[in-house]
Design a protein. Structure first.
Lengths: 201, 561
């Protein structure tokens, strides 16, 4: 299989300053790009650190050692305000409870498998813990109350959405759909508009 | 409305707070405001609309908006109550999926069963225009046999009306909305006239499907979409601009090219005197001793209001409509409110191509085939349609996470292929089943009302149909040159919780949308569908909406005469 395409950095950011991006679109993207440091308000410090560690494995960013896209912040903020996305698996408790229980459950799996705190595991060990949760039948009594597979799916989906709505992640995949003014006219196969980036070798 | 004198008096008793010059006094007053001396300006209290109107319409989507316009044009005094806000798309709509989440019905629904339905961005909307604010505007007509599954296969239900009842409304709608599509349309009965506009241009996914189907001998056609391929004018609505190929239909059209209700039937209704009240959430349907509806109670901006009416049209969609009836213990004698819940099997197949696709551009559902409407080798009742699909990146990423279970570096590597990804999917018929229904749960929402719980499991017919469709789609995508194929099991649209029928013993409403139990209560949305149909429902909901209004007006005329 061919290697995944690589796109040049800076494409979305360069377009933000042009008339190709509408005002509401620019506002949404800049808010994420320039998000101030976040202080957790829903989770306590330890649980928040655990959530951050889990997110680092779900969407690892070794290419951004100092400026990683912050994912746990969006989850903490949503749970604090109580926003929902319109539905919930009936097998899961309400979101706040599901996250508290599920994160506790991840610690239980870490203890059962490696007798250590999740934060003190190697990356490979952390991945083994998360794989066990995703498989739907991990050790720990939390998982009698919380459907492990569905919890993992929800957590992964939320982290993934938070990652790919960020302008830097959109640059990474070569998406500049936000710069849609005045129109797209070259929309067929292998057709590129001047403002769309080309993959680099 | 208060008269001018009252307004003048109001401004005297509620003066605008004067600027306080002395910093010490200002600080003291901030700590402890002088009680009763200075009052902040109060917003005018909304007048209690105690007077009765002819019709109240709950919901302004594909079910409510067309009939709202029809009733207003007949000279009736009509009020629409919409739970969500009114938007100004040109000013407010971002080309950003997350920023557009306000378009979805985000109050939580509990999804149970073996194949739990996702709601929110998948199939529910709020705001003036309802779910049409984020529908893909895919507007195929039904084929006549879609309405006769019981006759044809001995399963599901026949509709109490025929294609000929709907055809004139389809025609009217296609011309009012400005549907772009092929003329003649390759499938179904001959039509009175073609589509008013030529098809929208094909994007990468559509070209790939076209190319592969040609090799395999499967007929395809540019799809019919209610998005304008050219500027378009309609009396009472005005000019609407052509589609700019943003590909953002499912997160809100920002230039009015897509025929959502807020740029078509709502302005038409308002031009004829209809009143649309936004941010009004109906909680109660009031009745007299004979059981006739007398009005509704609703909450707006934290205050409770009552609106009396002679006739009520409930058009809140296949979840909120039955929920409101169950909450009010209304029209329940058939035992079918909340039952017969259906959802279209909407399996998607994704593949990676050498070609650059950039799947965010162009109308998402560009190409269609209805050759699978009644496949000759089918081992199931009904059929399905095939369509090419584009996709926005965040939606796609979340589907990869949920459906493919990829995470870590594998997820990031796969999504770097985004510009080379294209999909096809189906929309298949679904049979009603006793295991699939909606109920009120014991869990309460922020208003203190029970959340709906929806049970859904695909049954044998849907499973067989999906197996057939997956085989077909894999053939097509392999012929198109796709690699790394994977499927995303998905259900589209919620249907059938207040079905129409011939008798109040096994249906909630009659063929005109009128409740068997309550003579001045009409229902019009996807909840009244007796069977799911093998096409996207929006155009048929609108056709039923116009028909419901016409049948109501005919009855009224006879009564008044």
């Amino acid at each position: 299989m061919p290697a995944a395409p690589q796109y040049p950095a800076g494409t979305v950011r360069a377009l933000l300053a042009t008339p190709h991006v509408s005002e509401p679109t620019r506002a949404a993207l800049e808010a994420r790009l320039m998000a101030p440091p976040y202080t957790p308000q829903f989770f306590d410090a330890d649980t928040y650190a655990l959530l951050q560690a889990v997110c680092r494995r779900l969407l690892p960013q070794p290419d951004r050692p100092t400026d990683a896209i912050e994912l746990a912040a969006g989850i903490d903020e949503r749970l604090l305000t109580g926003r929902a996305d319109g539905w919930r698996y009936d097998v899961l408790p309400p979101d706040r409870e599901a996250y508290r229980l599920g994160l506790g459950g991840i610690q239980q799996v870490a203890q059962a498998q490696f007798q250590r705190d999740f934060l003190r595991l190697t990356e490979e060990e952390q991945d083994a813990v998360l794989t066990a949760v995703q498989s739907g039948n991990p050790p720990g009594d939390v998982w009698l109350k919380v459907d492990a597979g569905r919890f993992f799916e929800e957590l992964l989906a939320e982290a993934t959405i938070l990652y790919y709505c960020h302008p830097l992640a959109q640059e990474e995949i070569g998406y500049v759909g936000s710069a849609d003014l005045p129109a797209w006219t070259r929309i067929g196969l292998n057709e590129r508009e001047d403002r769309e980036p080309e993959a680099v070798e | 409305m208060p008269d001018e004198e009252e307004l003048l008096e109001e401004s005297v008793v509620s003066p605008v707070q004067p600027e306080i010059q002395d910093p010490l006094l200002r600080e003291l007053l901030q700590k402890e405001p002088a009680a009763g001396k200075i009052t902040a300006p109060q917003p005018d209290k909304l007048p209690e609309p105690a007077d009765e109107v002819d019709c109240v319409v709950i919901g302004t989507g594909a079910g409510g908006a067309p009939l709202l316009a029809r009733l207003a044009m007949a000279g009736l005094r009509v009020v629409a109550l919409e739970a969500g806000p009114r938007h100004e798309p040109r000013r407010d709509f971002a080309t950003d999926e997350q920023a557009q989440a306000f378009l979805f019905w985000n109050d939580e629904r509990l999804s149970a069963g073996r194949d739990p339905l996702s709601f929110g961005n998948n199939n529910s909307g709020t705001g003036v225009g309802g779910s049409t604010l984020h529908y893909t505007a895919y507007t195929p007509r039904v084929q006549p046999d879609d309405l006769r599954l019981r006759t044809e296969f001995g399963v599901s239900q026949d509709w109490p009306l025929s294609y000929d009842d709907l055809a004139p409304y389809y025609d009217e709608l296609e011309w009012l909305l400005g549907v772009s599509g092929p003329s003649p349309y390759p499938w179904g009965p001959a039509r009175q006239r073609g589509y008013p506009l030529p098809p929208l241009p094909l994007n990468g996914a559509a070209q790939l499907m076209q190319r592969a189907c040609e090799k395999l001998g499967i007929r395809t056609s540019p799809a019919a979409n209610a998005a304008l391929s050219a500027r378009y004018y309609q009396e009472g609505i005005g000019w609407r601009e052509a589609c700019t190929n943003r590909g953002f239909c499912q997160a809100g059209c920002s230039n009015g090219a897509k025929a959502s209700m807020d740029v078509t039937f709502i302005p038409l209704a308002e031009a004829h005197g209809a009143e649309v009240r936004a941010e009004c959430f109906v909680t109660e349907i009031e009745r007299d001793a004979q059981g006739r509806v007398t009005g509704v109670v609703y909450q707006q901006h934290g205050e409770e209001h009552r609106q009396k009416c002679r006739t009520l049209f409930l058009c809140a969609g296949a979840v909120e409509t039955p929920r409101l009836l169950l909450l009010n213990e209304l029209a329940l004698s058939s035992g079918h409110v909340g039952r017969n819940l259906m959802a279209h099997p909407g399996l998607q197949l994704w593949g990676t191509f050498d070609e650059v696709v950039r799947p965010n551009k162009g109308i998402p559902g560009g190409l269609i085939s209805e050759d699978t409407h009644r496949p000759r080798d089918a081992d199931f009742a009904g059929g399905y349609l095939l369509q090419s699909i584009g996709v926005m990146p965040v939606t796609f990423a979340s589907q990869v996470a949920r459906g493919r279970g990829l995470w870590g570096q594998a997820l990031r590597d796969y999504l770097r292929q985004y510009n080379h990804v294209a999909g096809i999917n189906i929309l298949g018929d679904c049979l009603p089943h006793a295991d699939n229904f909606l109920e009120l749960s014991e869990e309460k929402d922020s208003r203190g009302l029970p959340k709906p719980r929806v049970y859904f499991s695909y049954q044998e017919n849907e499973q067989r149909l999906t197996v057939h469709a997956e085989r077909m789609m894999r053939q097509i995508w392999e012929a198109a040159g796709a690699r790394d194929l994977w499927t995303f099991p998905r259900s589209a649209h919620v249907i059938g919780t207040c079905r129409m029928g011939l008798s109040g013993d096994d249906a909630v409403v009659d063929a005109d949308g009128r409740c068997f139990d309550v003579p001045n209560l009409y229902i019009c949305d996807n909840s009244v569908f007796p069977s799911a149909l093998s096409v996207n429902p929006a155009l048929t909901i609108m056709a039923l909406s116009l028909r419901t209004a016409d049948r109501f007006l005919e009855k009224k005329l006879r009564r008044d005469a």
